[in-house]
Design a protein around this ligand. Structure first.
Ligand SMILES: NC(=O)c1ccc[n+]([C@@H]2O[C@H](COP(=O)([O-])OP(=O)(O)OC[C@H]3O[C@@H](n4cnc5c(N)ncnc54)[C@H](OP(=O)(O)O)[C@@H]3O)[C@@H](O)[C@H]2O)c1
Length: 338
């Protein structure tokens, strides 16, 4: 029987996960919730998704949105909820709805590790999520760091990592955040990303710093990893090429910025022009000429979509699928990801 899934919090992440779930052969999207009326509810209705209200139904009714029930009604119909609510509200939803109704839930990176108790990136620690009731898919930046560092750790062993995140100031449709001008350093050391990586890639020493810049098109990470063995550039390139959900992009093919990666994503036909794969620039993979076991690389992370396939895999793991590779393959095939 198909896994019955609903999305509570149908925003930037939630709407993408809903579409990804609807594409899976072994899952059924039972419905999505709506907090306030907007184009999002209009599109959800056009797609044929059942819509459950969180609060007052008046605005939906006035605008011709058919409401299938309340969020409480939804609770009786699903095996797993994907919580895509704004940060910190997931924790409230857990206490208010998921725990009392004994429903499994995935949470997003805006929630703390302790809310779910298990933090998740499929390629790294899928097994930890098998059979769990609550799993937190880590943030877009942490997912990006873990995906590539996990491959490097398996290949060479990591002694320590220093990474700097150049973060997009806001998502493309977000008119409330910035900066619109200026570069804003995160004035805490380390930034929260390093400790967050350690909730998934355990035992790896990592120190992160971060800055926000005035762009909406992806984050860029500059990574320096001290390794247990001397890395080989060609071997690293091949490893990234072979890994799922990592794409090697090249200066030679005129991919020189996040703007061009976003255009590539559209040209490749990804839904919404998303790029769920972490993009590593081939020409920016380097080693230390002085002979230390240092590896340098730069990668771009599409904040709105890299966590989407992770939610799908987390659902399968929580429902008991033990084979990580099988789940990753199924998710990728359905979503058209490498
Ligand atoms: N955007 C990113 O780049 C990104 C990347 C990775 C992870 N995340 C994480 O994903 C989570 C969601 O972020 P987002 O960017 O998708 O936020 P978002 O675009 O603001 O979407 C949140 C959605 O939740 C709805 N909502 C409001 N109150 C709710 C409630 N009490 N219960 C359920 N839903 C409610 C909102 O509806 P209304 O608008 O009608 O209030 C909105 O549709 C956060 O933890 C965030 O940190 C975000």
């Amino acid at each position: 029987m198909a896994i019955r899934v609903a999305v509570n919090g149908y925003g930037t992440i939630g709407k993408r996960v809903a579409d990804a779930v609807a594409l899976q052969k072994d899952m059924k999207l039972v419905g999505v919730t709506a907090n306030s009326y907007s184009w999002l509810t209009e599109v959800a209705q056009k797609k044929g998704y059942d819509i459950y209200s969180i609060g007052d139904q008046e605005a939906f009714k006035q605008n011709g949105i058919k409401i299938a029930g309340t969020i409480q009604d939804l609770m009786g119909k699903v095996d797993v909820i994907v919580d895509g609510a704004p940060k910190k509200i997931g924790k409230e939803n857990l206490e208010k709805f998921y725990k009392p109704n004994r429903i499994k839930a995935t949470f997003q990176g805006g929630e703390k590790h302790a809310t779910a108790g298990t933090s998740f990136v499929a390629q790294c620690n899928y097994n930890e999520a098998v059979g769990k009731d609550y799993v937190r898919v880590v943030s877009c930046n942490t997912t990006g760091l873990v995906r590539t560092l996990n491959e490097i750790n398996r290949l060479y062993g990591i002694d320590s990592v220093h990474a700097t995140m150049i973060r997009r100031g806001a998502d493309p449709a977000d008119i409330y955040h910035g900066p619109i001008n200026g570069i804003v350093p995160v004035l805490e050391m380390p930034s929260h990303h390093g400790p967050d990586v350690q909730t998934v890639l355990k035992g790896v020493e990592i120190f992160t710093t971060a800055l926000s810049v005035s762009t909406t098109l992806m984050h860029v990470h500059s990574i320096i990893a001290d390794l247990k063995r001397k890395p080989d550039i060609q071997e690293v390139i091949q490893r990234f090429k072979d890994a799922a959900r990592i794409r090697v992009v090249r200066n030679a093919e005129v991919i020189r910025s996040t703007a061009q990666i976003m255009e590539l994503a559209k040209d490749l036909g990804f839904a919404r022009g998303d790029m769920p794969e972490i993009c590593v620039w081939e020409e920016a993979i380097g080693i230390d000429p002085n002979g230390h076991n240092k590896l340098f690389y730069m990668q771009a992370v599409h904040q709105e979509s890299d966590v989407v396939p992770e939610n799908v895999d987390a659902i399968r793991a929580m429902m008991g699928e033990k084979d990580a590779q099988k789940s990753i393959r199924m998710t990728n095939e359905a979503m058209g990801i490498k």
